[in-house]
Design a protein around this ligand. Structure first.
Ligand code: SF4
Length: 396
């Protein structure tokens, strides 16, 4: 089979990632718009369908160097179930040595015994969805776990031997002030995580929080406070040795192997690297085609049981779409946009079409521009979406 990613910057045949969507949760959080169901009775049928989807990729041409169990709540699966899925993947795909295998953990579902099991199953990186270390905030977010559960999960994971742990936190909650957020960050640092993801609470369409905000039941922080929270996060974590390598992601540096703890899997999404998504609602990208599975575990199981592909739809990215996404995704990252690569692919857009907006943004201190890179400064990151709109509006 031909290489799917001949345009990848570094390699003729870049390794791909695999994302597995585990579509179950004990309870839906009111801010979340990821697909999941609380009907756990379908778990066994889902795993059998997932096996068959994995089998259908037998002979996939690219080597795999990252696997990511996301969801939903992957920690609703036992270590034995995780092991059986990984064994199936190792049977059908070419797995690179030193592969990163990440699993998302909901602190309300993982017991100490399970962490040992997950390590034995082959998981070598955890992303623990703590969200906050304060019960009041966890209650507001509708989480099933307490602050104590979060601490117990972090300690158990370390004790089990995990040496690469990420913590997910959410900020910008209703009534949250700077001090309250600082307390969460301080507490997170006590556990010396290798990685931190700090997401500003967003109000996605079709979620209960979206409705509540629209009806005035939730008041998000105003522009001024949001800006302060964002800037504080970057400054505070940088001062404590965490490099902001993407707008919401921070990795601890290692004095010998710099930034070893970035999420290798998530970086694929920001750099147009190839990935395969398995499970309901999972997205895949094999240049230049993006395709995604049906967003229903029922439909997913039925399709696979009838020998039909679970793919719901696909799109072939046009040059214009790729250019827009290159700007949008590139400016989210610490490295910014690689201008040589960008112009090789899309022509002299930066020097011709973007020169006036870039000059203005540079004067305001929102971005830095060299012969080789265009990247946002920390204050520019705060206005990432607006800056991208401005540049995209100037596109030829
Ligand atoms: S546990 Fe995670 S995936 Fe499930 S509803 Fe809550 S935020 Fe969404």
């Amino acid at each position: 089979m031909p290489c799917h990613d001949s345009e990848h910057p570094n390699k003729k045949c870049a390794p791909a990632g695999i994302y597995i969507h585990i579509p179950f949760c004990l309870k839906k959080c009111p801010y979340c718009n990821f697909y999941s169901t609380t009907d756990l009775s379908l778990k066994e049928k889902f795993i059998n369908a997932l096996f068959r989807e994995i089998d259908s990729h037998h002979g996939f041409s690219l080597p795999i160097d990252t696997i990511y169990f996301g969801g939903g709540t992957p920690s609703l699966l036992s270590p034995e179930e995780i092991f059986s899925i990984l064994s199936r993947l190792f049977k059908h795909f070419t797995i690179r040595q030193g592969i990163e295998i990440t699993m998302e953990i909901n602190p309300g579902t993982a017991g100490a015994k399970n962490f040992h099991g997950y390590i034995d199953a082959g998981i070598n990186r955890l992303n623990i969805g703590v969200q906050s270390f304060q019960n009041q905030n966890l209650g507001f977010l509708g989480r099933i776990h307490s602050a104590r559960d979060a601490c117990t999960a972090l300690i158990s994971a370390r004790n089990a031997g995990f040496s690469n742990i990420g913590i997910d936190l959410i900020y910008g909650l209703s009534d949250q002030n700077l001090k309250d957020w600082e307390n969460d960050l301080q507490k997170a640092l006590c556990f010396h995580p290798e990685h931190l993801s700090c997401y500003m609470l967003s109000y996605e369409r079709k979620t209960p929080f979206y409705k509540a905000r629209k009806n005035g039941f939730i008041l998000p922080p105003d522009e001024n406070l949001s800006g302060k929270l964002f800037t504080f996060t970057w400054e505070f974590l940088s001062a404590h040795g965490y490099i902001p390598y993407e707008i919401s992601n921070f990795s601890r540096t290692d004095s010998e192997i710099k930034e070893f703890y970035r999420s290798r899997h998530n970086q694929k999404y920001w750099t147009f690297a190839p990935y395969i998504g398995l499970g309901p609602s999972a997205h895949s990208y094999l240049h230049p085609v993006r395709f995604w599975n049906v967003k229903s575990v029922d439909q997913y199981i039925r399709a696979i049981q009838s020998g039909i592909s679970p793919i719901a739809d696909k799109e072939t990215l046009t040059m214009e779409q790729e250019m827009i996404e290159s700007v949008f995704l590139g400016l989210r990252t610490k490295e910014g946009i690689d201008l040589k690569r960008f112009e090789k692919k899309f022509g002299p857009v930066f020097s011709n079409s973007f020169s006036i907006p870039l000059k203005n943004l540079k004067e305001k201190g929102y971005l830095t521009l060299s012969d080789t890179f265009c990247k946002l400064t920390p204050s520019g990151m705060r206005f990432h979406d607006g800056i991208c709109d401005l540049l995209i509006g100037a596109m030829p």
